[in-house]
Design a protein around this ligand. Sequence first.
Ligand code: ADP
Ligand code: MG
Ligand code: ZN
Length: 202
Amino acid sequence: MLNIVPKGTGWVEVICGCMFSGKTEEMIRRLRRARIAQQTAIVFKPVIDDRYDVTDVVSHSEQRIQSVPVKTARAIEEKAADYQVIGIDEGQFIEGDLVAVVRRLANIGKRVVVAGLDTDYRGIPFEPMPQLMCEAEFVTKLTAVCHQCGAPAHRTQRIGGGKERVVVGGTERYQARCRSCWEEPTEDGEATGQTGLDLNGE
Ligand code: ADP
Ligand code: MG
Ligand code: ZN
């Protein structure tokens, strides 16, 4: 991408997908490569995400990169001034107008890489990721491996119920599921029961 964009031009990259699809891993990879290219890079993450470490962004595969925890989009804008490349993990959990901040940062020449869930545990688009995809020049949608059958998974299954939109957890609370294995949650957030694939196709 660097080779096809004139120097001084900013742009937006979105990395989206369900849980375990490798969004954080991919964001860390891109930011590390930016630093190899001698560019100044910073990573932000929402304070809500304290799953592994209070200051590092950590992937499910234990890849890690130092990050600055923030609550709001405005805090990102205030701290991003001195950097050429800006990574934001779990974009769906950043409060405030992230789309406007990302747009302004790209407009003043920064490369902004935002990773986040495109849908919640009900399969409903998770704002502001859909709007960020429209703002972005480059969108990468990743799939995980379905925990039930091994097919490409694009949905996140919450295990054990709970109907709040945000319940932080890892493999004990969530699984990646393909469209055949994913069960639409009931009103109280419970999954409806095991479906699984009918491998006989009958
Ligand atoms: P995300 O940020 O999208 O939740 P991460 O980058 O944190 O994903 O983690 C991706 C890593 O998670 C994979 O490289 C793999 O090691 C691990 N992993 C665990 N379960 C799965 C799964 N069901 N599908 C794919 N990767 C998985
Ligand atoms: Mg992640
Ligand atoms: Zn499946």
